[in-house]
Each structure stands twice: as C-alpha cells, then as structure tokens.
Design a protein around this ligand. Structure first.
Ligand SMILES: [Zn+2]
Length: 197
C-alpha cells in the first residue's frame, strides 16, 4: 500500500526497541505529514552519533572525545571505581550526588546463554585497570538479579589477583530492580553503606 521509500522508512523505524509495525507506521506518517524538519534533524543526529560516538578509554561510557566528562574531570577520585551495568545506572548514581569516583560501564551482564561473556562486557579493560595501580577500591553496583550477582561474583574473583579492595553496593536495592529506578536518596545510602567483600 505504501510506496517503496515509505515502506523502507517504516521498516527502518522498527529497529528501535519497543517499536512494532503499527507504531513505526504512525511515526513515518507523522514525520512525512507533520514534521519533516524534525525528521531531518533526527536523521542527521543519528548519522553523526553513529559516526562519531565511541567509548571512553577508561570507563567505556559513550563519548566522542576519548575520555568522557566524568573521567576527564580533575576533581574525581581516581582511586575509586564504581562498576555498573548500564549508562542509565551511571546517570542515576551521578544524580544522587554521593559518588565522586570514576565508573566502569559493562553495557550488560554475563549471560552465557546469550553469548555474553567477559570480553563482551569489557572485563579485559577492567583487568588492566585493576593491574594499573591507580584504582584502590571497586564498588560492584551491578543489579541484584541472578545475572547481576553472577557478574559481581566473577569480577570479585578477578580482583583477587590484584591488591584492589572490593565492595558491594548495600541493601535498599530492590531485588531484580534496576538502579536507574531508585530514588537518589536510597541510592546514596546504598553507596555509602556498601560492604567489603
Ligand atoms: Zn569515562
């Protein structure tokens, strides 16, 4: 029913998470009929981000400058590294205002069934940080899901060959809950009440 270019636009929109055929169709019609300018800006933003955004050399957060703004900040405590599953978790902790160290973003958790092993979540880089001598303590802030706990345990074992102290984010984290959904105060308490492993 739609022309080839419209069909292609609809098909392309379906790569977005949570966007099915109906939603993609609505989006395409909206862009073409109501907001071509916004659509052009969206296309350009996607293209430029895909071409230029890479990962921070220290924490793996998205950035286009080699070092992200947190890692490049001279006021951050380089001896403290908080390990999180996602950029959203990192942002949630940042917004709590209770953490002045650096982060390490896994972009997921260990999940052998899905083919996600240590390499896929950046553990070789983390191991270099552990061996580098700059980091004195890592805080495991992975989720309390089975996978999150397994990932925390794996990293804890990795750290045994180094002199780095390991702690786990404290209670108050709802079981199976993502950090990003916690309020800043609970998250701050969870961080300051972390326990040594
Ligand atoms: Zn960084």
């Amino acid at each position: 029913m739609f022309s080839p270019l419209v069909e292609r636009l609809i098909r392309s929109l379906k790569v977005l998470p949570g966007v099915g055929a109906k939603t993609a169709q609505r989006m395409a019609i909206h862009l073409l009929e109501r907001n071509r300018e916004g659509g052009a800006a969206l296309a350009l933003a996607i293209q430029e981000a895909l071409e230029n955004v890479g990962h921070c050399q220290v924490c793996r957060m998205f950035c286009e400058t080699g070092l992200c703004s947190v890692c490049a900040h001279p006021g951050r405590d380089k001896t403290l590294m908080c390990i999180v599953e996602s950029p959203a978790d990192m942002l949630a902790i940042e917004q709590s205002g209770r953490f002045a160290g650096r982060y390490f973003v896994l972009f997921g958790h260990l999940s052998p069934i899905d083919g996600i092993g240590p390499d896929e979540i950046g553990l070789p880089l983390l191991q270099r940080h552990l061996a580098g001598g700059e980091v004195a303590e890592i805080i495991l802030a992975t989720g309390t899901t089975v996978e999150g706990e397994a990932t925390a345990y794996y990293i804890q074992e990795l750290a045994k060959s180094s002199s780095v102290a390991v702690s786990r984010i404290a209670h108050g984290v709802p079981v199976g809950g993502d950090l990003e959904y916690m309020d800043a105060n609970t998250l701050g308490l969870a961080l300051s009440g972390r326990h040594k492993l």
